[in-house]
Design a protein around this ligand. Sequence first.
Ligand SMILES: [Zn+2]
Length: 214
Amino acid sequence: MPSPMHRNIDVTMVCGHKDNAPVSYRGSRQLLDERLNLKKMLCHECMGSLSTWYSTDFGQLAYPMDFPIMAGSSPAQTKFATDVRRDEFKKFGPIMLALSKDPSELAKFAWRAIYMRFMVTNVRYWLDGRNRFNVHLWATDIQRLMKAPGISDVVSAETPYGWFAKGRNRDALGYIIGINPACDLQGKNLPLMHLWTAEMFRQSVSTGDERKAS
Ligand SMILES: [Zn+2]
């Protein structure tokens, strides 16, 4: 097997920005694959913005929203998962508020990815995945939201996007992609709208074996 070639190529990334990215490849076929892969990713600068948002302390004021009812198999589990989600929102609620005031496309999608995460009602996700949401997974879901509709990749259910895309409710994904965080924030009916949303999600994603819990 020949040793791989290394070079930088110009690619328009999924965020719409041009980037000059390093690739390693053996042959033109693999170079094409590398290029296609890169086209699904965020550019260097957008990744930098995400890291900054992730590590900035935006204070305690959170984006106003309601959450869907957690669907667990036992009240204890459900309560624990709900507590985990509440703690997570202490970090991400203020980030969402900051993002909702940022007019950039990246900020909108970054907001949507976090919003999508808080719409996950699977107890196991919150119990297993509480420490797993990092900049990398955040970026992964943003990239998928930016690329949708027309998702043809095999997605793992590891991230919120995967959870929704795995046959549960693609309409929910379409809905999330359509949300304008800034408009919603200005709307007087926001709590009601989000309550309705929470109810919609509860209905659309709950399955027969999931019990309602308060
Ligand atoms: Zn970019």
